[in-house]
Write a protein that binds this ligand. Structure first.
Ligand SMILES: C[S@@+](CC[C@H](N)C(=O)[O-])C[C@H]1O[C@@H](n2cnc3c(N)ncnc32)[C@H](O)[C@@H]1O
Length: 236
């Protein structure tokens, strides 16, 4: 409360401004839009069709329904032209990204999906009508980056490969550098360890009172919904 009072004192128009307006990020309205999109897909025939796989033999490794709905909502809000995901597997997350691109009529957009397991039927669950914008890439993300074979800049990145702490942090750093200003970094399974929380903390700058220094902070906003975490990049 003392911190809020200090901030209010610093504002020249403090009589007119409400406290939540002073503290809100410019992207604050995204929360309502993303949750509306997520609610829409949860009630859709598309979700009914994809749900058959959650109970199937491969259900264990797939992104869950709530997280798929959040991912769909974030993709529709962001309207990306270039998306990269790591850990494509059978294509549950891919299908929801591609569905969001289709629902936003982003016919030129592409989803580059990396999967290292040579025995995996990469993207098998993606409905046929969504496949034209899917670019499957077989191999380790480490090797694709080493050979500089991935697009840059990118609008949106999804991490869903190995959830080891060091690997997650490494992917976040690698793809953060490739994201454009306003680009969206998304991670699945952020509850597995503190990599996502630690990464977000590094994008925060604070003033001498411990309050966020908006000028020096390198994200526009960030959040966590279910097991999905996201950060919106601001170029420094
Ligand atoms: C949890 S599954 C991904 C699920 C998928 N996103 C979905 O919703 O259907 C993780 C996948 O990441 C792949 N993987 C793990 N480490 C990787 C790496 N270094 N490069 C590329 N793929 C990797 C694994 O082979 C596995 O298929």
């Amino acid at each position: 409360m003392r911190v809020l009072t200090k901030i209010l004192r610093r504002q020249p128009n403090r009589e007119k401004a409400k406290p939540n307006e002073l503290l809100a990020a410019p992207t604050y309205n995204m929360w309502g839009r993303v949750s509306d999109f997520a609610a829409e897909i949860q009630k859709s025939e598309f979700m009914v069709g994809m749900s058959q796989y959650f109970e199937g033999p491969d259900g264990h490794g797939l992104m869950g329904a709530l997280d798929c709905a959040t991912l769909y909502g974030l993709t529709r809000w962001q309207r990306p032209a270039v998306v990269v995901e790591t850990g494509g597997y059978l294509g549950m997350s891919s299908a929801f990204i591609l569905k969001a691109l289709a629902d936003e009529s982003l016919a030129q957009a592409k989803l580059y999906s990396l999967e290292m397991n040579p025995d995996c039927d990469h993207g098998a669950m993606i409905p046929n009508e969504l496949r034209s914008q899917f670019v499957p890439l077989k191999g380790r993300v480490e090797d694709f980056l080493k050979r500089d074979e991935l697009p840059s800049p990118i609008d949106m990145f999804l991490h869903d490969s190995s959830h080891r702490y060091r690997h997650m942090l490494w992917e976040f750093r690698q793809f953060w550098a490739r994201l454009r200003d306003g680009g969206l970094l998304v991670s699945h399974d952020v509850h597995f360890n503190a990599a996502f929380a630690g990464f977000v903390a590094k994008t925060h700058a604070r003033d001498k009172n411990g309050v966020m220094d908006v000028e020096r902070t390198t994200h526009h906003d960030w959040g966590r919904w279910g097991y999905i975490g996201f950060v919106i990049k601001k170029s420094s």
